[in-house]
Design a protein around this ligand. Structure first.
Ligand SMILES: [Zn+2]
Ligand SMILES: [Zn+2]
Length: 259
């Protein structure tokens, strides 16, 4: 038995992919990178594409789905997504499609996966809580607001990969056109640093081992602002809060067993 662990191939508006491993089971959540790029990013984490057991899609935006069809065709791995995501046609042909319910848990090898519907401007978007029966990792990006169901599902996670997309002042004064600013800030857009801080304060518990800032906008936010928002809740030095880099991703984080 090895510890449940996670890493990221990258996060941000130019591509997202989260890697989760338990024993010999390895899955990706989303893949916004092409085949060659995905292989290179996996190699940094000591893995090859052929070692993955599947890719779960959150929604059809290009930064999440852009590479999914391509890596599935290159490797033959199964693709899991909601019917709404599939109906957009953005996946293209994939060799092994598995449609999932946004309200039903599923298992892939040694991993248990709970899809959670989220308010985002896509057809049937979900995020995922992934566990090994003991520990759970909550991945929560690409949502404009928090629902009671989200609050419920993300309780008691040992790790949270949490969207800190934008600073509202930077967004307001930044380069985006007005329509896009309204979209990002809206209820079906992305979580601001402040929204992430409030949610984290609600979800905080003494067995939460890792909190990672994710999907940080390179136009409307800075790593320092994202970390500064979470710092008062976590009560650790801000520069010790991990944040996922678009290019560098994030190295492996393991979850210690609770006893
Ligand atoms: Zn996104
Ligand atoms: Zn999105």
């Amino acid at each position: 038995m090895t510890a449940l662990r996670f890493a990221s191939l990258g996060s941000g508006s130019r591509g997202n992919a989260t890697l989760i491993e338990k024993n010999n089971t390895r899955i990706l959540i989303d893949c916004g990178f092409g085949v060659k790029d995905t292989r290179a990013r996996l190699a940094r984490l000591g893995l090859e594409l052929e070692q993955l057991d599947g890719v779960l899609v959150t929604h059809e935006h290009g930064d999440h789905i852009g590479g999914v069809g391509r890596i599935a065709r290159a490797s033959g791995m199964p693709v899991f997504c909601t019917a709404g995501t599939h109906l957009t046609g953005r996946l293209g042909d994939v060799p092994d499609l598995r449609l999932i319910s946004s309200h039903r848990k599923l298992a892939i090898g040694d991993l248990e996966i709970e899809p959670v519907p989220v308010p985002h401007d896509a057809k049937e978007p979900v995020q995922y809580v992934v566990g090994d029966g003991q520990q759970r990792i909550g991945i929560l990006t690409d949502l404009g607001s928090i629902t009671p169901h989200i609050r419920h599902c993300y309780q008691h996670c040992g790790a949270l990969i949490l969207e800190t997309n934008h600073d509202p002042m930077m967004l307001q004064h930044g380069p985006y056109p007005p329509k896009l600013k309204r979209r990002v800030a809206g209820n079906f857009g992305h979580l601001s640093n402040e929204q992430a801080r409030v949610l984290l304060a609600e979800l905080l518990h003494d067995k939460l081992q890792h909190v990672v800032a994710a999907h940080i906008s390179d136009k409307n936010n800075t790593f320092d602002l994202a970390r500064a928002a979470l710092q008062p809740v976590l009560n650790v030095p801000a520069d010790e809060i991990p944040a996922i880099d678009q290019e560098e991703g994030l190295g492996w984080f393991s979850l210690k067993a609770w006893n």
